[in-house]
Every structure is written in structure tokens, then in C-alpha cells.
Design a protein around this ligand. Structure first.
Ligand SMILES: [Zn+2]
Length: 174
């Protein structure tokens, strides 16, 4: 619950202004930005998560049937198509606070998508991704449901339409 932390504000301001200059972030700058980040789950928990995901077995070690796997995938994709993670009441104010002083539109429709935040002056789309719903790599999710491919398709389409796309992850808002 720390987005009041002014260093995080500075981080996003930097992200946004770097986008506006269309500069590539240097590896040194990226390392610096990453240095302050912490994982949502402990090392041990993430290890357990990835182990329990291995081999498509459930928590009891029973192999899932094809039908169950199909159902899980459908449920995951339906949830992704539902109103964005961004609108979860605890997340929205945190993101707005990060954008203090920046003119933006929330839940903006662009073509067939509704994006979380659009900053017109920068032609920049900010996607606010829940780590579970978007199967975050850093938090140890293994993307059994093909969510990442779907996100990547969306990103590519937006980029093709001329928008810049940046992602804010849930774990970055902790
Ligand atoms: Zn994450």
C-alpha cells in the first residue's frame, strides 16, 4: 500500500517522459528502475506455484482432464474480456495518484479495445495489468491459458494503429 512513496511517482514520471521522447531506456536506467521493485510473492511461494503448475496437475497431484483444461482456459479468457483489472476499486486511485498533473482519459475506447488509461498529449496507452489475470512472468505465473499471447496481439494492434503502449503491473503498485 505504498504508492504514496514519492520515488514511485518519480519512476512513472520518468517512464512517461521517456516515452514522450521516444528514447530507448538504457540498460543502466532499467536496472536502476528495477532495483526498487519487490516481488508480490516470496521466492519460496513462487517456487511452489511453478512446481504445482508443472505437468498440469492440480494441488493433489491429479492430472487434469482435457475438458477441465478447456473449461479453465475459457474461464480465464472470459475474465480477461470482462471489465479491466484497473477498475478494481483499490487500484484505480493508486494509478490516478501516479498521474497527478497529467491529462488522461480512463477507460478509453480505441477501436475494438477499451484501454485503462490514454494520455492524448503523448499518444500513450497505459495498461494496468493484474499479475494473476495477465499471468505476470516476474510473479512466477506460467501462462497455461495463453493469456500473454492475447495481450501481445492487443499490444501489436495498438502499436500498428500508431499508439505507444506501456504496462504498469500490479506488483509495481504494491
Ligand atoms: Zn507481477
Amino acid at each position: 500500500m505504498l504508492p504514496k512513496d514519492p520515488s514511485k511517482h518519480a519512476e512513472y514520471r520518468r517512464k512517461i517522459s521517456e516515452s514522450s521522447k521516444r528514447k530507448v531506456i538504457s540498460p543502466e536506467a532499467r536496472a536502476k528502475m528495477n532495483a526498487g521493485r519487490t516481488h508480490f510473492f516470496s521466492e519460496e511461494h513462487r517456487k511452489n506455484l511453478s512446481e504445482s503448475n508443472r505437468g498440469n496437475k492440480n494441488a493433489l497431484g491429479v492430472k487434469r482432464s482435457e475438458a477441465t483444461k478447456h473449461k479453465l482456459r475459457e474461464a480465464m479468457l472470459r475474465r480477461l474480456a470482462a471489465p479491466s483489472w484497473y477498475t478494481v476499486s483499490s487500484i484505480e486511485p493508486k494509478v490516478h495518484r501516479l498521474l497527478t498533473g497529467v491529462s488522461f482519459e480512463a477507460q478509453k475506447r480505441i477501436h475494438r479495445f477499451v484501454v485503462d488509461i490514454f494520455i492524448p498529449v503523448l499518444n500513450l496507452v497505459l495498461e494496468v495489468n493484474g499479475c494473476f489475470w495477465h499471468q505476470c512472468v516476474q510473479c512466477g505465473y506460467t501462462d497455461k491459458y495463453g493469456v500473454r499471447a492475447r495481450d501481445e496481439e492487443r499490444r501489436k494492434e495498438l502499436v500498428q494503429m500508431g499508439y505507444e503502449v506501456q504496462v504498469i503491473w500490479e506488483h509495481e503498485l504494491k
